[in-house]
Design a protein around this ligand. Structure first.
Ligand SMILES: [Fe+2]
Ligand SMILES: [Fe+2]
Length: 191
């Protein structure tokens, strides 16, 4: 496998070549937050940075490039929830060209909605994506405060809640998994 810095450079070159410097900054922000959380929760920092660097890697790929990486079942799901194309494709890219670590793979794959029974690494990448320092929406700032007050479960609950509310305001149906994740973390907050 390439070194972490070679991977970061590859991501930088890819995003800059398609004029997406802001996406590169976001990626670095996710890395920074993921590293902070990895240290806080005793998770391998290399895995956290690797998943952070690659989580949006296929964001600007053509549909043709993306679907060439996905299996038919994933494509069917992505047709209903197109936001998943980039996360599923980025995870597949990781597995095909970079490494075989299942936790890193799942953290990239599930960074959009999360899922039930996530590993700590998956939780870290999910919430870092929402709360990294370049996210300036009031809801992101609020969740960042929750997270940095060391309440990871509440932060995941809140970010999921706000995302669902946002979708509803746009008349978009949330993914069933988002509703499940909301309920699951609501329960976790009460434990
Ligand atoms: Fe993403
Ligand atoms: Fe992202």
């Amino acid at each position: 496998m390439q070194s972490l810095d070679e991977i970061r450079k590859m991501v930088e070159e890819k995003f800059i070549s398609v004029g997406q410097i802001e996406r590169y900054k976001h990626t670095l922000g996710v890395g920074k937050m993921a590293l902070t959380l990895a240290n806080q929760y005793g998770i391998d920092p290399t895995k956290a940075l690797l998943a952070a660097y690659l989580h949006d890697f296929c964001k600007y790929d053509s549909l043709e490039e993306i679907t060439s990486l996905l299996d038919p079942k994933d494509i069917e799901e992505c047709e209903s929830y197109p936001v998943l194309y980039h996360s599923y494709a980025s995870a597949q890219y990781y597995k095909k060209y970079i490494g075989k670590d299942e936790e890193v793979y799942e953290a990239i794959r599930n960074h959009v909605f999360g899922r039930l029974h996530m590993t700590r690494l998956e939780e870290i990448i999910l919430i870092s994506d929402y709360t990294e320092e370049n996210r300036m929406y009031p809801n992101c700032i609020k969740v960042r405060e929750t997270l940095l007050s060391k309440d990871l479960y509440k932060a995941i609950y809140e970010s999921t809640y706000y995302t669902i509310e946002f979708l509803k305001s746009k008349n978009i149906n949330p993914h069933p998994l988002q509703m499940e994740v909301l309920k699951y973390y609501e329960g976790k907050c009460k434990q």
